[in-house]
Design a protein around this ligand. Structure first.
Ligand code: 5CA
Ligand code: ZN
Length: 409
């Protein structure tokens, strides 16, 4: 499906040598993100996209901004990026919401996807090269499930198809939690550990046979629709191939979603699904994780409608380190508005401190586990220093644009 327009990213000459370090959730250590990228090849990144039944809230935005900083940092290190993002445009929460609003599920999805595009563009998030809905990927999903059937890795419970996790022995585990916790979390996040007839409580659904008036596709697997995890595997594998460099999303996707993607990818290709995994912390509002199901939400689109400068929203969200859980308050936006005004005034001065050393420090902060709070602190230091360098303001504005995605013009 259509993505959104790409902002121009200035190229700021600098350092191609320093590694891009990030915390890999699966390995539990800091890794060089580019360690598997061959010379002349692109860095391949897949970030799990929205389930479009409501507007994007600040938690979603902060997750996509974190991976936007990943993309900007990798590009700045001289490596092109091939970026893929899915849209879960058919799923239970979407169908349930459509019943409530009286919309056709696909109209609701299309409306929210369009609003998401507008929000992302306003926040100057670099668009994915491929932005792909599950509805567009049904043949790919069916083909993968057929391959799992042929490998005796899929089985039926009544008319539904499940993946036999035991056939993926040796896959790279993404989540490091005990089995009792896994069963508990699996049940809370779309799984069905209690269903009788499954070989293992944790086996994930691959294909759900048609029920009631639910949307359905007539395929070799019967009439129905895909399960969740196999969708992302099908989209990532068809666009990026196997052992791509990074799968990302919020920390709520570590288990079961990314864990199951890793198992499925391994069963299908005998290779790691993604080489690295990165996860963002959860943004809360009123003491609890912002979530569509709880309704404690602040939306990007609502803030924009009230006249908030999207650059201030962006700045407010990247004041936090991407791996922390934190709570949004309106004060974050108020503070970002004043910071942005100071930064804009500073880059407009006729003479300022030389920018090169400061840009080097911003770059180094981002290449050390995406330390955006430190990067902003370095920019604040430059803003409050005085100097005699002509053209430094423009140099700094280009770097802030390229590295932090903030347009100071
Ligand atoms: N469609 C699936 C992924 S395949 C999904 O999780 N959709 S979502 O709309 O629920 O979430 C989209 C992205 O936002 C995911 O990466 C999710 O981890 C992240 N996310 C959801 N809530 C928050 C939150 N409160 N804070 C930070 N990130 C969040
Ligand atoms: Zn996903």
């Amino acid at each position: 499906m259509l993505s959104w327009a790409e902002p121009i990213v200035p190229v700021v000459p600098g350092d191609d040598e320093q590694p891009v370090l990030i915390f890999d959730t699966a390995q539990g250590v800091m890794v060089n993100l580019l360690d598997h990228v061959a010379q002349g090849e692109a860095f391949r990144m897949y970030v799990c996209g929205i389930t479009p039944y409501d507007a994007a809230h600040l938690g979603h935005a902060s997750t996509y901004l974190a991976f936007d900083l990943v993309q900007r940092t990798v590009r700045d290190a001289g490596v092109p990026v091939r970026y893929v993002q899915n849209v879960t445009d058919v799923d239970d929460p979407l169908l349930e919401r459509a019943l409530l609003t009286g919309d056709h599920w696909s109209d609701l999805a299309e409306r929210e996807i369009q609003r998401f595009r507008e929000d992302m563009q306003a926040l100057r998030v670099l668009p994915p090269d491929e932005f792909i809905g599950v509805v567009e990927s049904i043949p790919d999903v069916v083909q993968l499930i057929e391959r799992l059937k042929n490998a005796n890795a899929a089985y039926q419970v009544e008319q539904d198809w499940y993946f036999d996790l035991s056939t993926a022995s040796g896959f790279a585990a993404v989540a490091d939690v005990d089995r009792a916790t896994m069963i508990d979390v699996f049940g809370q996040r779309g799984g069905d550990p209690q269903r009788p007839g499954k070989r293992d409580a944790l086996d994930p659904l691959l294909w759900m046979a048609a029920r009631g008036d639910d949307p359905r596709w007539e395929t070799s697997l019967g009439s129905g629709r895909p399960g969740w995890h196999i969708e992302c595997v099908a989209i990532a594998a068809s666009c990026l191939g196997t052992a791509f460099d990074l799968q990302g999303g919020g920390s709520d996707l570590t288990f079961p979603h990314h864990h199951m993607c890793s198992a499925l990818g391994h069963a299908l290709a005998g290779e790691p699904f993604a080489t690295h995994y990165a996860h963002t912390g959860m943004v809360a509002l009123h003491g609890e994780k912002m979530s569509k199901s709880k309704g404690n939400l602040e939306f990007v689109s609502r803030l924009r409608q009230t006249g908030a400068d999207p650059m201030a929203i962006r700045l407010a969200l990247i004041t936090q380190h991407y791996r922390s859980d934190w709570e949004w308050t309106p004060q974050h936006l108020t503070d970002a508005v004043s910071k942005l005004a100071m930064w804009r005034e500073a880059v407009g001065r006729t003479s300022s401190p030389d920018a090169s050393i400061f840009i080097g420090r911003i770059r180094a902060a981002l290449r050390t586990d995406l330390n955006s709070p430190l990067a902003l602190q370095v920019m604040d230091e430059w803003v409050s220093s005085t100097g005699e360098s002509a053209g430094a303001g423009q140099h700094m504005a280009s770097a802030v644009d390229a590295l932090l995605g903030i347009d100071l013009t």
